[in-house]
Design a protein around this ligand. Structure first.
Ligand SMILES: [Mg+2]
Length: 274
């Protein structure tokens, strides 16, 4: 774990898909070594994505990471066992929940769809095999994506802008939001990545001032990037940067995990200059 005891005050928040790992291969390429160099320097690497706890945990093991992580679009933050200032009991992880429960979201989505007169199919309605087929994930990956705690990913059948709007309105009446991802929609409570990032930063600030860096690749990272001091973008698969405007936004060279080491260099430089 990055040593708060030594008052390391720089941290790096990172998106996963298309940023820390390549979209298609899920390979972290040169980012893996860059993660290791940050860990050696005592700089926490905080994952922040739409992925589930099970999915992020698998990547944490692969990258040998032991820092807090943000799951399901900011619905939950998990602080590892022994995190300084942890509110959890001995030997336990601390889970901070900003979202609804999965059951609440499923019920709300079901009611909203019925009221809007649209048909939806959530991961919870599908078998692991079907999720794998739909997403292109391996069976093991599909099982992890389906292990949801706070949000539901779903397909809207025969989507039209009107149907989308109707469903979004019905969800809103139930205190929920709907996000459009690359291929699916996600129903969730009223929370976002920015809130979760600010919360994680505040926990580190209990030990002194923090310089927060953040790196993403797409418009869905806007909240996370707005919440940090040093927002950065890696290039997307076509070599472009997401169309975002933020004060001080750093556009890094390199697609996804090939640009990620430059984000690590920025964080390391901040650590040396602080
Ligand atoms: Mg991404």
């Amino acid at each position: 774990m990055a040593s708060i005891e030594h008052r390391k005050r720089v941290l790096l928040v990172t998106d996963i898909d298309g940023t820390l790992v390549a979209h298609d291969t899920y390979d972290s390429g040169p980012a893996a070594e860059a993660v290791a160099s940050l860990q050696r320097a005592g700089i926490p690497v905080v994952m922040c994505s739409a992925k589930t706890r099970a999915e992020e945990e698998a990547l944490r093991v692969r990258l040998d990471l032991d820092d807090p992580y943000i799951v399901e679009n900011g619905a939950g933050v998990i602080f590892p066992v022994g995190f300084p200032g942890s509110r959890a009991g001995d030997g336990e992880q601390e889970l901070v929940k900003f979202g609804l429960t999965y059951r609440e979201v499923r019920e709300g989505l079901e009611q909203a769809a019925a009221e809007a007169g649209v048909a939806v199919k959530g991961f919870g309605d599908l078998s692991i095999e079907e999720v794998s087929e739909l997403t292109g994930l391996t069976l093991a990956g599909a099982a992890k994506a389906r292990t949801r705690e706070f949000t539901e990913t779903f397909v809207l059948e025969n989507p039209t802008p009107d149907r989308e709007l109707l469903l979004a309105q019905q969800l809103e009446e139930r205190g929920m939001l709907m996000l459009h991802g690359a291929r699916y929609w996600t129903a969730l409570g009223r929370h976002d990545r920015a809130q979760a990032v600010r919360y994680v930063v505040s926990r580190y600030e209990e030990f002194g001032p923090v310089i927060s860096c953040g790196v993403g690749d797409s418009a869905s990272d806007i909240g996370m990037l707005e919440a940090v001091n040093v927002p950065m973008l890696v290039q997307q698969a076509d070599g472009s940067w997401a169309d975002l405007e933020l004060p001080g936004l750093v556009r890094l060279n390199g697609i996804g995990p090939y640009g990620w080491p430059h984000a690590a260099e920025v964080a390391l430089k901040r650590e040396r200059d602080r």
